[in-house]
Write a protein that binds this ligand. Structure first.
Ligand SMILES: *[C@@H]1O[C@H](CO)[C@@H](O)[C@H](O)[C@H]1NC(C)=O
Ligand SMILES: *[C@@H]1O[C@H](CO)[C@@H](O)[C@H](O)[C@H]1NC(C)=O
Ligand SMILES: *[C@@H]1O[C@H](CO)[C@@H](O)[C@H](O)[C@H]1NC(C)=O
Ligand SMILES: *[C@@H]1O[C@H](CO)[C@@H](O)[C@H](O)[C@H]1NC(C)=O
Ligand SMILES: *[C@@H]1O[C@H](CO)[C@@H](O)[C@H](O)[C@H]1NC(C)=O
Length: 418
């Protein structure tokens, strides 16, 4: 055949609707006089029922940072395969990093190629393994088979590197109050792609705000703030932060116990107990934990008078004069609250143990205490007899006429009488 008798034919990719990722697109030289026959011959290669040529690959491979990524590639062809070449799509030119010719050792062509292991997977295979993948390994890879007489066939794989976030929970102290505040924060550091953070507060209303920060290496940190009303009762409640990456690549649940709502000591409770000994217990709910101090009137209590152990004031045995006003002050770093009890020994009573019976009147504010005591004593004198009455004053001094008189069993104190 003469030179004029040769022309170039280009077969378009659409040829033969193959299941391959991309095949064909090659240039063939065909003698002109054979044109018609060649075309039909080549067409015969592709008509249904004839062997199909296809390159089988995983189009998308997700590999975790630091893991070993296998890029699977195989050609299905009756042709003779002479070589497989791997390329990375780089700009402006692709990088050939590895080739393997039939019957020879694989050639690692670039520093990147040095890292890569050729797996092969049989005569028709050309898979590779990239160990310990880095973010820089993300990209598009081509496995290109050189076959005869079919020419080159290529498969295309997109390798995506994902990065697990490191997750941290923060529960910073928050003052109790009526308005929503940041109760907890959940941070997913440097993940790829960005993490999705959601919250479960087990029935309590909440909202959350997410703030993503993009890093130059392609990772994203996401901070999620949980907003709830910081009521003292929220302490001890559970909350869960759910951090996830798409497609179930990663999921982490972090359970937490809300313990960071801070509030001053709430209502102070006092209980006067007379058993073998006489003692007064004081208790108030507060966060941080409450400490207690005792006073008698406006002075501190001497060791002779009573022993202070934590929230309890123990009186010594013996017929000592314990009459008077005792103040329990409950304090934490947020505030303080106090309650007082007036102990009055009812000497006419049948002695019990080594004591007479004590009457206890509990009041809240010292200003009020004075009035209450006066009232109490006057009332006792007026009635000329004694009922175990516990008086609890909860009103400000101005409202003294509305002071409530509670029976012992309605009050939070125990009255010592019989
Ligand atoms: C994986 O790669 C990282 C950074 O490229 C390196 O610090 C680490 O030692 C490597 N691990 C292994 C097992 O080769
Ligand atoms: C984030 O996670 C929550 C809970 O799993 C889910 O309801 C929501 O659709 C997710 N959002 C996105 C953007 O994936
Ligand atoms: C990406 O950048 C962030 C912020 O600089 C860094 O904390 C993180 O370790 C980096 N991740 C990788 C995989 O290099
Ligand atoms: C939550 O915290 C409260 C108060 O500290 C504690 O009593 C409770 O046992 C904790 N619950 C869990 C599940 O840790
Ligand atoms: C408190 O103490 C002062 C002396 O330090 C005394 O004058 C005052 O009467 C006391 N007040 C009460 C209510 O006991």
């Amino acid at each position: 055949a003469s030179d004029e008798g040769i022309s170039s034919l280009k077969f378009p990719c659409a040829f033969g609707s193959l299941p391959a990722i991309r095949t064909c697109c090659r240039t063939m030289s065909v003698p002109l006089f054979l044109w018609g026959r060649s075309v039909s011959l080549i067409l015969l290669l592709f008509v249904p029922g004839s062997p199909q040529v296809s390159v089988i690959v995983d189009r998308e491979v997700n590999a975790k940072l630091g893991s070993d990524a296998k890029l699977y590639c195989e050609v299905k062809t009756p042709d003779i395969i002479s070589q497989v070449t791997w390329q990375r799509k780089l700009s402006p030119n692709n990088e050939n990093f590895l080739t393997n010719s039939k019957g020879e050792e694989p050639m690692h062509l670039t520093p990147f190629g040095q890292r890569v292991r050729f797996l092969g997977n049989g005569d028709l295979g050309g898979s590779i393994l990239i160990p310990n993948v880095t973010l820089a390994d993300q990209g598009t890879y081509l496995c290109i088979f050189t076959t005869f007489p079919g020419g080159t066939k290529e498969g295309r794989i997109h390798l995506f590197i994902w990065v697990e976030p490191s997750v941290e929970v923060q529960l910073n102290p928050v003052l109790s109050g009526p308005n929503p505040d940041i109760i907890a924060e959940c941070v997913a550091f440097a993940s790829k792609p960005a993490a999705n953070i959601s919250w479960d507060t087990y029935g309590l209303p909440h909202s959350s705000t997410e703030t993503p920060v993009q890093h130059s290496n392609g990772t994203v940190s996401v901070r999620s703030q949980l907003w709830m009303v910081p009521s003292p009762g929220l302490n001890g409640h559970q909350a869960t932060c759910l951090v996830s990456l798409p497609e179930q690549m990663y999921e982490k649940l972090i359970h937490m116990n809300i313990t960071n709502i801070q509030y001053a000591p709430q209502a102070v409770h006092i209980k006067v107990i007379q058993r073998d000994t006489l003692y007064i217990e004081c208790w108030a709910d507060g966060n941080p934990p409450v400490t207690y101090t005792w006073r008698r009137g406006n002075r501190s209590i001497t060791d002779d008078e009573a022993q202070v152990t934590g929230n309890t004031l123990y009186f010594p045995r013996g017929n000592t004069d314990n009459n008077g006003l005792y103040v329990c002050e409950a304090t934490n770093s947020i505030g303080r609250n106090s309650k007082s009890v007036y102990l009055y020994k009812y000497s006419d009573a049948v002695p019990r143990g080594s004591y007479g019976a004590y009457i206890a009147a509990i009041v809240i504010q010292s200003l009020m205490i004075l009035r209450m005591v006066v009232y109490f004593i006057k009332r006792k004198r007026r009635e000329g007899m004694f009922n175990c009455r516990c008086i609890e004053g909860q009103n400000p001094p101005e409202a003294r006429d509305e002071s409530r008189h509670l029976d012992a069993d309605q009050s939070d104190i125990k009255c010592m009488s019989h």
